[in-house]
Design a protein around this ligand. Structure first.
Ligand SMILES: C[S@@+](CC[C@H](N)C(=O)[O-])C[C@H]1O[C@@H](n2cnc3c(N)ncnc32)[C@H](O)[C@@H]1O
Length: 191
């Protein structure tokens, strides 16, 4: 591991949480018939399930996992204990540290990062604030639903003048961009 990787504090699953997952969570999640599980998530008003049903693989469910502080009981279990939400939070840490590291390798005065399928752009916001190297980003998403939330987060972290949100289809990227990027981020859209 190199220095930039070693400094990342990944979330790990402790022995108690691991035991709870194996003894309770996994049998429950794997053997409970899907319609009952769906009903349970509905009656417990799971925000994570509702976001996934509305927009499978969309930005909102990722933000719920990233923030890790849901209010509903079902979400507390899913977001706190689930392997996927934990992995998403760790991927966000790894992604932002890697992008910050890549920005630092760019010989240009003001590195340009292009984020495809950016959602609110939380990974690039973390990357911009964690490096002293001057950089700015263009964030492209087919939906502008996440932009207001992203802009508020960028302002909160003092990078709002360094992010530009554009509504567009990544397949038309050649017609969208007005300056070539040195770093391209595709986390969350490739899969
Ligand atoms: C799973 S979210 C990922 C958000 C963010 N990159 C992250 O990792 O947190 C996928 C995003 O890709 C966007 N998207 C899907 N197809 C797209 C397309 N053809 N062009 C631009 N954005 C697209 C969706 O609107 C959504 O915001």
């Amino acid at each position: 591991m190199t220095d930039w990787q070693e400094s990342i504090e990944f979330e790990s699953i402790g022995p108690l949480r691991r035991f709870f997952k194996l003894a309770v969570f996994h049998p429950f999640a794997n053997y409970l018939p899907a319609p009952i599980m769906r009903w349970l998530l509905k009656v417990t008003e799971s925000e994570l399930a509702a976001a996934n049903w509305k927009d499978p693989g969309g930005w909102r469910s990722m933000v719920i996992s990233y923030e890790g502080k849901p209010t509903q009981i079902a979400d507390k279990i899913l977001v706190g204990t689930g392997s996927v939400p934990t992995a998403l939070r760790n991927r966000k840490k790894l992604g932002s540290a890697l992008i910050a590291h890549l920005i630092e390798q760019v010989p240009a005065d003001n590195a340009h990062v292009l984020c495809l399928g950016a959602g609110p752009g939380l990974i690039i916001i973390d990357a911009l604030k964690s490096t002293d190297h001057p950089a700015h980003a263009t964030l492209v998403d087919i939906s502008d639903e996440a932009f207001e939330y992203g802009q508020s987060k960028a302002a909160e972290h003092g990078v709002s003048d360094r992010v530009k949100y554009i509504r567009g289809d990544v397949r038309d990227i050649q017609t969208i961009l007005d300056e070539p990027p040195q770093v391209v981020k595709m986390i969350g859209i490739c899969e």
